[in-house]
Design a protein around this ligand. Structure first.
Ligand code: HEC
Length: 230
């Protein structure tokens, strides 16, 4: 009796393990970042003050669950809490997947839908403002406490997004630091150059010049022909 039980148990366990392995495999496939938003959507961004705004998020939730308009029920496929109900829908609870989208890409997908999937275009049923509200809500499933920083092109903690000016200033400072470092390294290399280094360098330069010379001559000879048609 005991052995039958344990055999059953181990069979059950095997099935569970296999099931887990299969689903783990499915999950392991790295999600591809979406294609860049087309030009008409590339410059669309979350309105100022919407990220993390409780009121906006609450309104977005009502849209998402079909409370605002029963014809618009995102939750019927995407799940009330972002856990997909329909096969193929992305799991909105996975922050690392969701972070592959910029705000413009989310907006574009919601506006135009995705051809060949159940995801319709919602632009005729939702105003731009409503689409942003629903995205503000959607983002809380996997990216709560974050906002998309347009200038940095990534998701960052709420309230820490840098302005384009700040990003540009940082870039200039980084380039300056890199140039200074390179100059310092060059100076250090000159000081520590071995005694034979210069002679070897000269020999190489001579060789290079000798080799190059014929080609240089050939080019000079050709030059007049090139100019002739003018
Ligand atoms: C009839 C089912 C269905 C409904 C309703 C629906 N979606 Fe989708 N949605 C999908 C499917 C299927 C996909 C494509 C697969 C996927 O998620 O990648 C998708 C994709 C998306 C994507 C892009 C994710 C991606 O993987 O590219 C977003 C964003 C999205 N839906 C938001 C919404 C919003 C917001 C609503 C409500 C206005 C909504 N969906 C309503 C089924 C649905």
């Amino acid at each position: 009796m005991k052995s039958v039980m344990s055999r059953r148990m181990s069979a059950l366990l095997a099935v569970m393990v296999m099931g887990f392995a299969v689903s783990a495999c499915g999950e392991a496939k790295p999600p591809q970042p979406p294609p860049p938003a087309p030009p008409e959507y590339a410059d669309k961004h979350m309105p100022d003050g919407y990220w993390g705004n409780e009121e906006i998020i609450a309104q977005g939730k009502d849209i998402f669950i079909g409370k605002e308009n029963i014809d618009v029920n995102c939750a019927s496929c995407h799940g009330k809490d972002g856990k997909p109900l329909k096969a193929g829908a992305r799991d909105f609870r996975k922050g690392e997947h969701m972070a592959k989208f910029s705000d413009a890409q989310w907006f574009w997908r919601v506006s135009e839908g995705i051809k060949g999937t159940k995801m319709k275009a919602w632009k005729s049923k939702l105003s731009e403002d409503d689409r942003w509200k629903v995205i503000a809500w959607e983002s809380t499933f996997g990216l709560k406490g974050q906002e998309y920083s347009v200038a940095e092109e990534k998701w960052v903690a709420l309230g820490t997004a840098k302005t384009a000016e700040e990003v540009a200033a940082e870039k200039v400072a980084a380039e300056k630091a890199a140039a200074e470092k390179a100059a310092a390294e060059e100076a250090a290399a000159k000081v520590s150059e071995p005694a034979g280094g210069e002679a070897a360098g000269e020999a190489q330069t001579e060789k290079a010049q000798t080799e190059k010379a014929p080609t240089g001559e050939a080019q000079t000879e050709k030059a007049p022909t090139g100019e002739a048609p003018k």
